[in-house]
Design a protein around this ligand. Structure first.
Ligand code: DX5
Ligand code: ZN
Length: 229
């Protein structure tokens, strides 16, 4: 297992300067790209053309989080374009098992996300086909919201399923991750931490990424920074 992964969310970056904002977090493991369609969530951000441009502008693997309706139709093109991981919402997918296969066939990892009130238990079987589980720790739609610690029970369950060999997903968390919350998430068993406002709101975003990684590694019982470097 690698060191904790940190994925800055460009939702909190300056959308007019995305190439520079990607460069500002050099050393990040993944770059988290929030795609919102103003239907699945009450906000509108960016889509495939911007992701295609971003792929040319950075070497950081893109972690596309699709908060959209009908991901069965719209998600595979992000994989075809070259996104490293393409995450769809369980609540929106019509045939999530087929969708995972389509994402794999297009060359990406497949991620499944669940909103704070969505039970994990309903999706455990489906997760056998997925590479990442994105546990939302805020209601999706906006950056800068408060972390919901009650979702950590789902993280603990997922961690246990992975550690006992029942699932092979990487456990990712998204929403309200900061210096104040990253440790409790790491203790619960998160592998990959998305952080928007805590990174892009910092004076030195790259330093904020490194600091979050160090904090997470220090309290992660099952992995350490030394396995990565
Ligand atoms: C919210 C997005 C998050 C958002 C997190 O719907 O999925 O990725 O950027 O922002 P922070 O880290 O500020 O809570
Ligand atoms: Zn996100």
């Amino acid at each position: 297992m690698p060191a904790p992964l940190i994925a800055p969310s460009i939702l909190s970056a300056d959308f007019a300067r995305l190439a520079d904002e990607a460069a500002a977090v050099a050393g990040s493991d993944w770059l988290h790209v929030d795609v919102m369609d103003a239907h699945f969530v009450p906000n509108l951000t960016l889509g495939l053309p911007v992701v295609e441009s971003l792929l040319k502008a950075t070497d950081i693997p893109l972690d596309c989080h699709l908060m959209i309706e009908d991901p069965d139709r719209w998600a595979p093109p992000y994989a075809e374009a070259g996104a490293h991981n393409v995450t769809v919402h369980a609540e929106a997918a019509r045939d999530p098992r087929k969708l995972a296969k389509d994402l794999h066939a297009a060359g990406a990892l497949a991620g499944l996300s669940i909103k704070p009130k969505t039970p994990l238990d309903d999706w455990i079987e489906v997760l056998a086909d997925y590479d990442t589980l994105l546990v939302m720790s805020v209601e999706p739609g906006f950056g800068g919201q408060s972390f919901m610690p009650e979702v950590l029970d789902k993280v603990r369950t997922a961690r246990r399923l992975v550690d006992t060999g029942h699932l092979t997903v990487l456990v990712e968390i998204d929403g309200g991750i900061s210096a104040d919350t990253v440790e409790q998430a790491a203790e619960a068993g998160v592998d990959c931490f998305v952080a928007g406002s805590a990174v892009y709101g910092a004076d030195d975003p790259a330093r904020a990424v490194a600091a979050l990684r160090e904090q997470a590694a220090a309290v992660s019982p099952h992995r350490s920074l030394t396995t990565r470097e």
